[in-house]
Design a binder for this molecule. Structure first.
Ligand SMILES: [Zn+2]
Length: 223
């Protein structure tokens, strides 16, 4: 899996475009591999060695170099950690737009970790047990509880993203079969069975999805 580590060693930009009041706002995100645990990242706080983008041309206008622009905080919940993480921001003085550097264990716009999201979906798709039993088993395996509502929310978005995920997985894993004729549940089960605790981890796959599509598992895709 050498190619995976090649991918995860690369920092890359993600553009999220919001259309609001007939104007287009672009928020750019840099996803990076912090090479430390969540706890170590949190303990270093604002002193963590974030990617230095001060010699990087603004990815929005490409007219000026980025400058450091403080931090914002976001809530994060994982197996090992629950609390606030600092996210480094850079700004372009020319166009006034910002770039946020997000560690790869965070899922954009989700408080729960990538591992949490993927493990609960894997548990749900790997058994015929009742939902109650599935969530109880997830709790004893993962050490975090997941509500029915949250699981339904994740499942709904994952199923909505299935075509995008399948096309990306075909590329990432060099798949020959497309398993397009199965039910949504079966297609999801097959995709999730390719994501392992290691090599590639759920975070590795998330980085590869970003690199390929600027989106990950539960990203709200443009229509
Ligand atoms: Zn700019």
């Amino acid at each position: 899996m050498i190619f995976i580590f090649h991918f995860i060693s690369v920092w890359f930009f993600v553009i999220i475009i919001y259309i609001c009041r007939n104007e287009v706002y672009i928020i750019m995100q840099l996803m990076f591999h912090p090479k430390v645990t969540v706890n170590e990242y949190q303990q270093k706080g604002k002193h963590f060695t974030f990617p230095d983008l001060t010699n990087t041309l603004c990815p929005h206008c490409r007219k000026d170099y980025l400058k450091k622009h403080g931090f914002y905080s976001r809530y994060f919940i994982s197996k090992e950690f629950s609390g606030i993480l600092f996210i480094r921001r850079h700004i372009c003085k020319c166009c006034g737009r910002t770039v946020s550097s997000i560690p790869y264990f965070c899922h954009p716009k989700r408080a729960y970790s990538i591992d949490f999201i993927i493990q609960v979906l894997k548990q749900y798709h790997s058994t015929t047990s009742s939902l109650k039993q599935t969530l109880e088993r997830f709790y004893s395996y993962f050490g975090c509880s997941c509500s029915r509502q949250l699981l339904y929310q994740y499942r709904k978005r994952f199923y909505r993203n299935l075509n995008f995920l399948i096309m990306s997985f075909i590329k990432i894993f060099s798949l020959k079969e497309t398993f397009m004729n199965c039910s949504d549940k079966e297609r999801a089960r097959q995709l999730l069975s390719m994501i392992h605790p290691s090599d590639p981890t759920p975070c590795d796959v998330s980085m590869m999805l970003f690199l390929d599509n600027n989106s990950t598992y539960l990203t709200q895709l443009a229509l």
